[in-house]
Design a protein around this ligand. Structure first.
Ligand code: G3H
Ligand code: 13P
Ligand code: ZN
Ligand code: NA
Length: 311
């Protein structure tokens, strides 16, 4: 069924695992993710960014997710707005069938972030829609806002209780060293997550679900495939799987993944094109990409999230 994230995140908290939140932009992505979840009996969050909505159109994405719900009736699925920049966009998604929204005021001054998140919560909760907000700044590219490595600003655990109480949000994204995209650490730099900050946040918000953005592992298998078949992504590097697994055992209940989907599709399509220069039916290479998404998501459910069998 199509549900909000309340119960799935609560169960994840109690069970010491995390639910995958995967960005969706087209039919093959929706199908690949949900087929894996159905086979492994895993709950899932399908999330749509402002850019996805611009690319594929709101109605098409909602209908694709409705189709996935109909085809996989046993999988609890949430349809979530990723990085909503304003009350207006959150409202449009709530009015248009989403069951969950993120209001991202992380680049705004604290008081404005509180005020706007509170307003989104007030509206969303009338419709049984859950709300995620963010405190702290991720390094790298956060939608339109470019945050340089040097201004990466970890979440201040001293603020989280005040923020959650004043806004009434249902989950909180925090910055502990992850970042968006395929280049999360400099070459030679040792990947590091501030699990101590996560622990401090968790101790101030007992039982409250925490969200990790920028949590792709940038799987080396696909980076190598891209580079082997004509691509150029030197030094692409992500968050090691064992660090994410640790976070998932703690208060982290939602782990966001987009880059790993992009890489799996691009790697496999590049390889397919190279190996079959005479093929020109999009169903052939898009079918291969869909299978790659499915297998990658299944791997993540088993190795990183720990949510198999929790549907
Ligand atoms: O957080 C960013 C997600 O990867 C979505 O990216 O805004 O290019 O759709 P996008
Ligand atoms: P990645 O770029 O690490 O996949 O992060 C995705 C994300 O946080 C979407 O909100
Ligand atoms: Zn994000
Ligand atoms: Na967890």
């Amino acid at each position: 069924p199509l549900v909000n994230t309340k119960e799935m995140l609560q169960k994840a908290y109690e069970g010491g695992y995390a639910v995958g939140a995967f960005n969706v932009n087209d039919m093959e992505i929706v199908q690949g993710i949900t087929e894996a979840c159905s086979e492994l009996k895993a709950p899932v969050i399908l999330q749509v960014s402002a850019g996805a909505r611009k690319y594929a159109n709101h109605t098409y994405l909602v209908k694709l997710v409705e189709a996935a719900v109909k085809e996989n009736p046993d999988v609890p699925m949430a349809l979530h707005l990723d990085h909503g920049p304003s009350f207006e966009l959150c409202k449009a998604c709530i009015d248009g069938g989403f069951t969950s929204v993120m209001f991202d005021g992380s680049s705004k001054p604290y008081g404005e972030n509180v005020e706007e998140a509170r307003r989104v919560v007030e509206y969303a909760h009338k419709y049984n829609v859950t709300v995620e907000a963010e405190l702290g700044k991720l390094a790298g590219i956060e939608d339109d806002v470019q945050v340089g490595d040097d201004d990466a600003q970890f979440t201040d655990p001293g603020e989280v209780q005040d923020f959650v109480t004043r806004t009434g949000v249902d989950s909180l994204a925090i910055a502990i060293g992850t970042s968006h995209g395929a280049y999360k650490f400099k070459p030679g730099q040792q990947p590091k997550l501030r699990l101590d900050i996560l622990q401090e946040v968790a101790s101030r918000l007992p039982g409250f679900p925490i969200v990790l953005h920028g949590a792709s592992s940038v799987l080396p298998e696909f980076v190598e495939m891209v580079n082997q078949y004509g691509g150029k992504m030197p030094d692409a590097i992500g968050i090691p799987e064992e660090m994410l697994r640790e976070a998932a055992k703690m208060a982290v209940c939602k782990i966001n993944v987009d880059s790993d989907i992009r890489l799996a599709m691009t790697g496999v399509i590049r390889k397919y094109m190279f190996e079959h220069p005479d093929h020109f039916d999009p169903r052939q290479y898009l079918g291969a990409a869909r299978t790659a998404v499915k297998d990658m998501v299944a791997h993540k459910i088993n190795v990183v999230l720990g949510c198999a069998g929790k549907a």
